[in-house]
Design a binder for this molecule. Structure first.
Ligand code: PHE
Length: 455
C-alpha cells in the first residue's frame, strides 16, 4: 500500500512544507530575471498570452503528473522511472526520462548559479549606494563591467554554489521551510513596492500596454518555443525536481489542489515582476530588448531613484538570491537522491559532487560574457546554448514524456487514486485528455514549428 511506503530520504513534515518547498522551487530567477527579459525580447502581450496558456494547459497537468509519479515511486526520479514502468509492464527505456532530467538539471544549474551570482553581487553594491542617484548609462555600465570581470563573477558563482551545496547536504527538510515561509512573503511585498513605485514614477500605462496588448502578428515559431519552455522552467517541470519533491509528499495531500496553488503563486510573482520592471524600463528610456541584464539594470536604476532605495534594493537582491537558492536546491535533488540510492554515498558527498560538476560547467557560462564571447554555435554563445538546450528543448521533451507516461502507461485507477478523485470525475477526465492528447500534441507542434517543419 502507498501509505506505508516512504522515501528513504524522509518525508515532508507537513502539507505546508511541500507547498513551501515546491513554491520555493518554482519561484526564482525564472520569474524575476528570465520572465521580464524574454517578454521584452519577444514583444510583450502576445508572448504573455501564449505563456499563460502554456502554464494552464500544459504546465498544470504536467505538474500533477510529475508529483503523482514521484509520490507513487517514492524514489529518486531515475529509480522511479525504472520501477514504475517495470511494475506496469512498460518498456525499460522510460528510465531515460530520469537521466534526461538529471542532465537537464546540470545544464540549468550551471547558468542559474552564474545569474544568481549577479544577484548576490548586487547586494553589497546596492547597500553601499552604488546606484543612488545614478544615471541610466551608469547603471548599464556597472552591469557591463560585472560581465567583463570573470574573476568577480567566478567569486559570486562559487559563493552561490557553495551555499546551495551546503543546504542540500543537510537534507531537504532542515530549516528551509521556516525560511521560505518568512522570506517569500517579504519578496512578494517588495515586488509590490516596486510596482507601486512604477505606477507613480514610471511609465505605467505604457508598461500595461506592452504586457497586455497582444499583437499576435509578432509571434513566430521561436517565440512560441521560448514561451512554452519558460512555462516549464518557471514551474520547475520536466527535469524531475518536482518529481523528487513529490516523492517526499504524504499520500494524504491533494495533488491537484497543491499544484494549483503553486502554479498560481508562481504566475502572480512573474506578472508582478513584469509590472515592476517595465514601467521603469519604459519610463527611463531603457531598451526592453536588452536581454539578460534587463532586470538588473532596470531595478537598480529604479532603486537608485526612489526614497530608501538603497535599503529596499539591498533587501530585494538579497531575497532574489534566496529565491534562487530555494530553486537551485531543487534542481540538485534528483541527481543527489540518485547518488545516495544507487551508489550508497552519504548525502554530503553526493551534494558536493553534484554542485561541483555544475559549478565547473557554469564557468563556461560566465566566460561566455567575456573571454569566450567569440565562441558561438549556431549564433549562440556557451551560456545561451545551455539556456536554450535545457529550457527550450530538454524540459519540454521531459514534460512530453512525463505526460505520455502518466496518461498512457499508468492505469487510470492508479492515477485517479493519486489525484484523489474518482476516475469518473470531470477533473480527472479533463486531466487525462490533457496529458494524453493535448500536452503531447502541443509540445510536438511547437517543436515542429520551431524547426520549420510545419507552419
Ligand atoms: N523554477 C525555477 C525558477 O523559475 C527554476 C527551476 C527550473 C527550478 C527547473 C527547478 C527545475 O527560477
Amino acid at each position: 500500500m502507498t501509505d506505508s511506503q516512504q522515501s528513504i530520504h524522509g518525508e515532508w513534515g507537513s502539507r505546508w512544507a511541500f507547498i513551501l518547498a515546491a513554491t520555493g522551487s518554482a519561484v526564482g530567477l525564472g520569474n524575476i530575471w528570465r520572465f521580464p527579459y524574454i517578454v521584452g525580447e519577444y514583444g510583450g502581450g502576445a508572448f504573455i498570452l501564449v505563456y499563460l496558456a502554456c502554464i494552464l494547459l500544459i504546465g498544470l497537468p504536467v505538474m500533477m503528473a510529475e508529483i503523482l509519479i514521484g509520490r507513487r515511486g517514492r524514489q529518486s526520479p531515475i529509480n522511479t522511472m525504472r520501477a514504475l514502468p517495470a511494475e506496469h509492464g512498460a518498456n525499460r527505456s522510460w528510465q531515460a526520462v530520469g537521466w534526461l532530467g538529471v542532465l537537464a538539471g546540470f545544464l540549468v544549474l550551471s547558468f542559474y548559479s552564474v545569474v544568481a551570482g549577479w544577484s548576490l553581487a548586487y547586494v553589497p553594491f546596492t547597500a553601499v549606494g552604488t546606484f543612488t542617484g545614478a544615471e541610466t548609462g551608469e547603471v548599464e555600465q556597472f552591469f557591463e563591467a560585472l560581465l567583463q570581470s570573470p574573476w568577480q563573477m567566478l567569486l559570486w558563482h562559487t559563493v552561490f554554489m557553495a551555499v546551495t551545496a551546503f543546504i542540500v547536504l543537510r537534507g531537504v527538510q532542515n530549516g528551509l521551510e521556516r525560511a521560505v515561509r518568512l522570506l517569500m512573503p517579504v519578496l512578494f511585498l517588495l515586488l509590490l513596492v516596486m510596482v507601486g513605485y512604477g505606477m507613480g514614477a514610471g511609465a505605467f500605462l505604457e508598461a500595461i500596454n506592452l504586457m497586455f496588448q497582444p499583437d499576435l502578428g509578432a509571434l513566430n515559431g521561436e517565440a512560441l518555443l521560448v514561451a512554452m519552455g519558460q512555462a516549464f522552467f518557471t514551474l520547475s517541470l520536466g527535469l524531475g525536481a518536482i518529481m523528487a519533491y513529490g516523492s517526499y509528499l504524504t499520500s494524504r495531500a491533494s495533488i491537484p489542489g497543491n499544484s494549483g496553488l503553486i502554479a498560481g503563486a508562481d504566475t502572480v510573482i512573474a506578472l508582478l515582476a513584469g509590472l515592476a520592471v517595465f514601467p521603469i524600463v519604459l519610463g527611463a528610456g531603457l531598451d526592453p530588448e536588452s536581454g539578460p541584464g534587463l532586470v538588473f539594470v532596470a531595478l537598480s536604476y529604479g532603486f537608485g531613484q526612489m526614497p530608501l532605495g538603497a535599503l529596499f534594493g539591498t533587501l530585494f537582491f538579497l531575497l532574489l538570491s534566496f529565491a534562487a537558492l530555494t530553486s537551485a536546491i531543487s534542481i540538485m535533488e534528483p541527481a543527489t537522491a540518485y547518488l545516495v540510492e544507487n551508489r550508497g554515498w552519504q548525502r554530503p558527498k553526493a551534494a558536493v559532487v553534484v554542485a561541483g560538476m555544475a559549478w565547473l560547467v557554469g564557468i563556461g557560462s560566465l566566460l561566455a560574457f567575456n573571454a569566450w564571447s567569440g565562441f558561438t554555435i549556431a549564433g549562440l554563445n556557451f551560456q545561451e546554448l545551455m539556456e536554450y538546450l535545457s529550457t527550450s528543448v530538454m524540459l519540454p521533451l521531459g514534460g512530453l514524456l512525463i505526460a505520455l507516461f502518466a496518461g498512457w502507461v499508468l492505469p487510470r485507477n492508479l492515477t485517479s487514486e493519486e489525484l484523489g478523485v474518482s476516475p469518473r470525475a470531470g477533473l480527472f477526465r479533463v486531466w487525462l485528455v490533457l496529458v494524453r492528447y493535448l500536452v503531447p500534441a502541443a509540445i510536438l507542434v511547437v517543436f515542429a514549428n520551431s524547426l520549420g517543419i510545419i507552419g
